[in-house]
Design a protein around this ligand. Structure first.
Ligand code: ADP
Length: 324
């Protein structure tokens, strides 16, 4: 193998070792706030709470049984929207839905409930990563058991973003060895890209995300130049206050509702190396990278799961999920 190959493998091995000797606890900040929502809360109200707190998901709590009841994410709101589309004359009922109705909504629209995986915060981070890749979960709750009461407690939620950020910040020694360019690694998706235009209707874009099981759709112009990205979390402000009829608005209108602290769109080229992608992750709040050419024409998309998958699994013999 070339020196580049050797460095790359050494870097990957180093990161994997690092993930095996750190735990999910290590990723958490010393002090943090956790918003947990009671399942008796109206779905409509949950939207406001997320928006007010500047978050896009929250663990759910069943206070009757004192148990953790899953994770509320933008997928749940997309399910509610699909329900509304299938049963448009039941808007009044949709307005009265509580978080405890989410499972019934899944059943009514015929989607399989997401597997509620959780990990113990003291387990190796590597395990949390493997579990995320296996279940395709973008975030998983850290659940511990209170030794006195024997009851479950949700400590926090760990995301792909937080894990990659943790690697980028604390393991630069190894990420700097990852000098192979994106093109050579085949990192990301380059064919059959789901895209939309500024004039597309929000609802159509949501259906596109559901159909392809993706969390973002690049918004391009007539020449396929990248203008923006519509993300699953952009759905939240769209339906604030139960305004489901506004989903017929255009993507352009919807994107103008983004919070002022929106972190922006990150792009890269196919020539960029993985170490520079880790630099971007270290410095910014990146949730995906859009691959563009010199004239900002869309080429591909690299999701955080693509990166995590490559970093964990590439070259591993015994794995069911294959990296590119
Ligand atoms: P994540 O799991 O990190 O949130 P996604 O669900 O968006 O990422 O992506 C899942 C897979 O689909 C990835 O392999 C990604 O490259 C691919 N993908 C993401 N967005 C699109 C898109 N708009 N069109 C086609 N494929 C996509």
């Amino acid at each position: 193998p070339s020196p580049l190959d050797k460095d790359q493998m050494q870097g990957l091995r180093g990161v994997r070792e690092f993930l095996k000797v750190r735990t999910s606890y290590d990723v958490l900040p010393l002090s943090f706030r956790l918003v947990v929502l009671d399942i008796d809360l109206l779905i409509k109200k949950s939207l406001n709470i997320l928006i007010q707190n500047g978050i896009v998901s929250a663990p759910l709590w069943d206070s009757r049984n004192s148990t953790f009841a899953g994770l509320l994410t933008s997928t749940d709101y997309i399910n509610v929207i699909q329900y509304y589309c299938q049963f448009p004359d039941q808007l009044n009922q949709v307005d009265q839905f509580r978080l405890s109705s989410l499972r019934d909504i899944e059943k009514a629209i015929g989607v399989l409930p997401l597997e509620t995986v959780s990990v113990h915060p003291a387990r190796p981070l590597y395990e949390a990563c493997r579990r995320m890749l296996k279940t395709r979960a973008r975030r998983i709750p850290l659940v511990d058991v209170d030794s006195e009461t024997g009851r479950e407690t949700v400590v926090s939620v760990i995301t792909q973003y937080r894990i990659l950020k943790f690697i980028a910040v604390n393991n630069e020694k190894h990420t700097m060895l990852l000098k192979k360019p994106v093109r050579e690694l085949g990192l990301g998706t380059y064919t059959n890209l789901a895209t939309a235009t500024m004039n597309s209707c929000v609802l159509d874009v949501i259906h596109l995300m559901v159909k392809h099981n993706i969390s973002a759709v690049p918004i391009v112009d007539r020449d396929n130049k990248l203008l923006n990205v519509f993300e699953a979390v952009d759905v939240i402000p769209c339906i604030k206050g139960g305004a489901y009829d506004e989903l017929s608005a255009s993507v352009g209108d919807a994107l103008s509702k983004r919070a002022d602290d929106f972190t922006g769109i990150y792009t890269c080229s196919e020539e960029d190396r993985l170490d520079s992608i880790f630099d971007t992750i270290r410095k910014s709040r990146v949730h995906r990278l859009i691959v563009v050419d010199d004239e900002s024409r869309l080429k591909g998309i690299i999701s955080l799961s693509d990166i995590l998958k490559y970093v964990l699994l590439y070259g591993e013999e015994d794995d069911t999920i294959r990296a590119p």
